[in-house]
Design a protein around this ligand. Structure first.
Ligand code: HPA
Length: 301
């Protein structure tokens, strides 16, 4: 593993457009004078701290208007892939302290078009058993205190983004296809309830969430998925059910059991992500990046 720390500063997107030369000094992998292109990103959740790609990974510091982000860049089959462990490399950022806006902004500025993320979740239903994988298709937002939008009204700009299909349908079907091919049991759909955390739920909350149509519960997918859409990026998430929600089993919940279950499945998840990236052609036939739907400035640089 190459631990070079490379500096990559972004002042703001207007500056980005005026001064493309800053791109020339950021990452040796891309060579002097070449525009950085890393179209694919993995956001790793609990227990996922290494993307499992062949080749050296270079550590990259990206300074955005929302804060700085540390990620890694590696090459896989001729494609540059950014890996961003959402809780930090040492898992020292709890869900409510993650700088979701900086993370998504940094990926966007690096040229990323497609993000696949992993999430550890608790099951809200007896029939969704620990060890199962779920390709999320809907979410319900129960977070409370997070910076959840790029459109915070600055400059009098009011934007309401469509969330009929919160997760990229193309990326989702790509994940489903690979999981089918691998013969791994999984659910093609699932509604994710996102809580504020960091505490786990009460049994009463689990009952309520299930009655409201939730399938799984976690603490990180919102606002990550929403910000990705606001930024015009394709985003899909593969959840691993690490435990039954509180009250569905006789055991109290603990973080270690979540980490252990993740460890047991991490190779499968990493392999699915890499295979998904291999099969992406670069031509996305979805609405995620539709120019009329987002107004976050110029994405062409
Ligand atoms: N609740 C919330 N978040 C989680 C859980 C859970 O039961 N398991 C893993 N992440």
């Amino acid at each position: 593993m190459n631990e070079n720390v490379l500096e990559y500063s972004i002042q703001n997107s207007a500056d980005t457009r005026q001064n493309k030369s800053f791109r020339e000094r950021r990452c040796s992998r891309f060579g002097r004078g070449t525009l950085m292109k890393a179209e694919l990103a993995i956001i790793g959740g609990t227990g996922f701290y290494n993307p499992g790609m062949a080749g050296n990974l270079e550590q990259l510091e990206v300074n955005t208007i929302y804060g700085s982000v540390t990620c890694q860049v590696g090459e896989h089959q001729g494609k540059n892939v950014v890996f961003l462990p959402r809780h930090g490399k040492e898992h020292n950022l709890p869900p409510h302290r993650i700088n979701y806006r900086a993370n998504i902004w940094a990926l966007r500025e690096l040229g990323v078009k497609c993000i696949i993320s992993s999430t550890a979740v608790g099951s809200l239903r007896k029939e969704i058993t620990p060890g199962m994988l779920v390709v999320l298709d809907q979410f319900i937002d129960f977070t409370k205190y997070r910076k959840h939008t790029f459109y915070d009204g600055t400059g009098g700009e009011v934007v309401h983004t469509d969330f009929t299909e919160p997760y990229c349908p193309q990326l989702r079907s790509c994940l489903c296809r690979i999981l089918h091919q691998k013969g791994v049991p999984f659910l093609e759909k699932g509604t994710y309830i996102c809580t504020e955390g960091p505490r786990y739920e009460t049994p009463a909350e689990v009952k309520l969430f299930a009655a409201w149509g939730g399938d799984v519960v976690g603490m990180t997918n919102v606002p990550e998925v929403a910000l990705a859409r606001e930024a015009g990026l394709c985003y899909a998430s593969l959840s691993l059910v690490t435990n039954y929600g509180s009250g569905l089993s006789s055991q109290p919940l603990n973080h270690q059991e979540v980490v252990e279950e993740m460890k047991a499945k991490i190779n499968i998840i990493g392999d699915v992500f890499i295979k998904a990236f291999n099969s992406l052609t670069g031509v996305q036939d979805c609405r995620c990046a539709f120019k009329e739907d987002y107004k976050l400035g110029d994405k062409d640089n």
